[in-house]
Design a protein around this ligand. Structure first.
Ligand code: ADP
Ligand code: ZN
Ligand code: ZN
Length: 763
């Protein structure tokens, strides 16, 4: 049931409060009314966290006030009283409750789940101290000591000293050293015991003058950059609140524009939220913000404890900081005067929550910007904007800015596409094309580094012809099908199946196979071909342990290896100036991921991966290996031509009515019993059909792309419609229907249904 709330934000002597109980169960997913006792009148507001008696036994529970009322909704003698304010928790602001209600309305899930999303911080703990590490000895002594560490292969010590020596007067936050730099507290202690470094402790609330900002780099914005900043700020001053998209290649100066905008906002007494994908929260990025804004900036990330997160929220609320940087959840930082939300790398899939509520940070940011007092501006930035953002920028919903030049000099890398069909025809059965082999040898000879990237996004198991590149696609949905047991090919949108053909329908060759290749295989091959090269591998296996991701990257950055082999994890964030060669081994892999975003994802990954080569002053070279060298996402990525890609891709979306041209709702069904699941899926489909919603396109039910996990069967129905609200209506109807079934005892606990709007990943 949709919940709309009134009276938000006015604290008055209301006698009644409607409260959402902190229990996640659909049965209690509605507000319950309570009396506000005299002693609490005027103290309770929308967003207050309170203790209340609940249920038959009047068990004490915690709840959140979502609405204040003058009138009782039933016989007043039956209404229970609030016990007290719950002091142990930070109450969400009325604003955040409103935002939770919007998320609830748009994405579903229970209201308490939505409230928990906007109030990720729950437990009060004692305030944490801020610690810094800096050099204690003079620079010369530190350098001597550093040289000694290098000689003795004390890599962690060397890494820390090297950082400190970059700017001997700088203090580096302790958390950055133990986090991004991956230096353990034991190492810091050892160096501090030897009198080489010192650790300073400061109370967060003393708000010391930021020493760090002394090192601030003075930059004059280019006319293009200045124009973007000026336009956004002058619109802001003229009461225009809008969403802006900055499309600019990596290194074109977007971050400098963000910092200029934040400066201006701070001067206006406003605060800013900067969202960055977790994986891009690198040392370099963080230090740039620390240097520029000193103590006024804080970082949120998934490694913070609940207490630390609480602390951040409190500092934001109290006005001790002006800027928070962090992933998706940083959006819910309770600033009193939010003026600006920046979303960098706006196209990243991590901005979409994969757990309930399945919200998209971009959409929620825009909602938030619309409801904060005075309104806020939203700035999106990307080198490869999502189709959504660019589409809206082109049709005027957002304002578009372009930055086309790299400001640090450095030319774009030279890109070559290696045709794997040709390789096979000429007898090369290795996973490396001859050209990549040559380039690898040259790179090793020159003492430079190489990155080999296997594009493993999406599903393995699509079937193609290795001779001509033909891929088996669904005749109805135009996405690739994948191989299932019994030699059948299946489409994960509509369920269409057909037998796998042994012979290619295009060229008649018999090299028709399901595509499978992994990082391990590549590592083995590299070791065989280049026995002297030092190889590092980064994938889900080698990064399972906490900190290992950072360890591999910093080891590669320290040039302790010549070749880094990895999945998409390696293409983001870090800059390696000594990398001159990037090899992309299976560009096709993500192209055949079996969902409508496959080409977009491929273009983004290839562009990003290619951009890793030649970041320093040496020229970069990129080899993209593909069985479909003529595919537009491969070709346009090799030319770094976003617009050309967009034009092709939007035509496809338009033809098939995929987002952003339409909206899409996926109804995801989990069932312990396959037959029961199928029956209920068909039942839901029939119910949607019966609504006769004009313009709705309904497909499925079909087996999900992962059709069974832990013996739970997964099925999916897709509905496309141009009007998002029509999809919301369908979702509400289906929910009501399921509630009804459940009340009648016709829906066992063995069936679960979830909804996902404009899905980012296949299901
Ligand atoms: P992006 O965020 O688009 O990747 P950055 O803002 O990080 O780009 O800029 C890339 C590099 O260029 C950084 O080292 C930055 O300091 C530098 N840079 C950006 N703008 C200017 C400018 N106007 N003048 C000189 N250097 C600049
Ligand atoms: Zn063929
Ligand atoms: Zn299909």
């Amino acid at each position: 049931m949709p919940i709309e709330f009134a009276n938000q934000g006015e604290i008055q002597d209301f006698p009644y409060a409607n409260i959402i109980i902190d229990i996640s169960h659909e049965k209690v997913d509605r507000p319950f009314q309570y009396k506000i006792p005299e002693k609490l009148r005027g103290q309770i507001d929308v967003g207050s966290c309170v203790k209340i008696p609940f249920g038959k036994g009047n068990v004490q529970r915690v709840g959140y006030v979502v609405e204040l009322m003058n009138e009782p909704q039933c016989d007043p003698v039956k209404i229970k009283e609030i016990i007290s304010l719950n002091d142990e928790e930070l109450s969400p602001d009325a604003l955040m409750v409103k935002l939770a209600a919007r998320i609830h309305r748009r994405y579903g899930s229970t209201m308490i789940n939505c409230l928990r999303t906007v109030i990720p911080v729950r437990k009060k703990v004692t305030a944490l101290k801020h610690r810094y590490v800096s050099l204690l000895t003079d620079e010369r002594q530190a350098r001597d000591f550093y040289a000694g560490c290098v000689k003795r292969h004390q890599v962690a010590r060397a890494r820390l000293l090297e950082k400190l020596l970059e700017d001997p007067l700088e203090r580096i936050p302790y958390e950055i050293i133990t986090g991004k730099l991956n230096v353990t507290p034991a190492v810091i202690k050892a160096l501090s015991d030897k009198g080489i470094v010192k650790v300073e402790i400061e109370d967060y609330y003393r708000n010391p003058v930021g020493d760090i900002s002394a090192a601030k780099k003075e930059i004059t914005l280019s006319p293009e950059q200045q124009n973007i900043a000026d336009t956004i700020i002058s619109e802001y001053d003229n009461e225009i609140r809008d969403t802006y998209l900055i499309h600019g290649i990596t290194g074109s100066g977007k971050t400098e524009v963000y910092m200029e905008l934040i400066d201006k906002m701070i001067k206006r007494g406003k605060q800013a939220i900067v969202l960055i994908p977790e994986i891009a929260l690198t040392y370099q990025t963080l230090m740039r913000f620390y240097r520029h804004f000193g103590e006024r900036v804080s970082v949120m990330n998934s490694t913070l404890s609940a207490g630390e997160k609480y602390d951040q929220a409190l500092r934001a609320k109290n006005g001790d900081i002006d800027i928070i940087i962090g992933p998706r959840s940083a959006l819910f930082t309770p600033f009193p005067n939010l003026g600006l939300i920046i979303i960098d790398e706006e196209h990243e899939t991590s901005y979409k929550s994969e757990t309930m509520p399945k919200y998209h940070a971009r959409e929620v940011a825009i909602e938030l910007a619309g409801i904060v007092p005075g309104g806020a501006s939203v700035v999106l930035g990307s080198a490869t904007p999502s189709l959504e953002a660019y589409y809206r920028a082109k049709n005027g919903t957002y304002k578009l800015f372009e930055l086309n030049r790299r400001l640090t000099g450095g030319t774009l890398p030279e890109v070559e596409i290696a045709d794997l069909r040709q390789e096979l025809r000429e007898g090369n059965r290795s996973i490396f094309s001859r050209s990549l082999q040559e380039k690898l040898q040259e790179t090793l000879d020159a003492g430079h580094q190489a990155m080999l990237f296997i594009n493993r996004r999406g599903l393995a198991g699509f079937v193609s012809c290795r001779s001509c590149g033909y891929v088996f696609k669904c005749p109805h949905c135009d996405v690739s099908m994948s191989e299932h047991r019994g030699g059948m090919l299946m489409c994960h949108y509509c369920g269409h199946t057909q037998p796998v053909s042994k012979i290619c329908p295009e060229c008649g060759s018999k090299y028709v196979t399901a595509f499978r290749a992994g990082t391990q295989q590549i590592e083995n091959e590299v070791r065989k071909l280049y026995p002297k090269a030092r190889v590092l591998r980064m994938d889900a296996d080698t990064t399972r342990l906490k900190g290992s991701y950072e360890k591999i990257l910093s080891s590669f950055a320290a040039e302790e290896a010549d070749i880094l082999v990895g999945t998409q994890m390696i293409v983001k964030g870090h800059d390696f100036p000594n990398v001159t060669l990037v090899g992309i081994l299976a560009a096709d892999m993500s192209l055949n991921a079996g969902d409508y975003r496959a080409a977009e994802r491929t273009f983004q990954l290839l562009t990003q991966a290619a951009g890793r080569a030649g970041r320093g002053d040496k020229k970069g070279y990129v080899v993209i290996q593909s069985y479909q060298p003529d595919n537009y996402s491969v070709v346009t990525a090799s030319q770094q031509d976003y617009k050309a890609f967009y034009e092709e891709e939007i035509e496809y979306r338009n033809l098939m009515k995929y987002p952003p041209v339409s909206h899409m709702l996926s109804v995801q069904i989990w069932a312990k019993n396959e037959d029961e699941g199928k029956e209920k899926a068909n039942y839901i489909r029939a119910a949607i059909d019966r609504l006769f919603i004009d313009g709705a396109m309904i497909i499925g039910p079909a087996a999900a792309s992962i059709s069974r996990i832990n013996d739970i069967y997964r099925m999916v129905i897709y509905v496309k419609h141009e009007d998002f609200d029509c999809l919301v209506r369908i979702r509400d109807e289906v929910s009501n229907l399921l509630d009804q079934l459940s009340k009648e005892g016709r829906l066992s606990g063995n069936i679960q249904v979830q909804f996902d709007f404009d899905p980012m990943q296949g299901f």
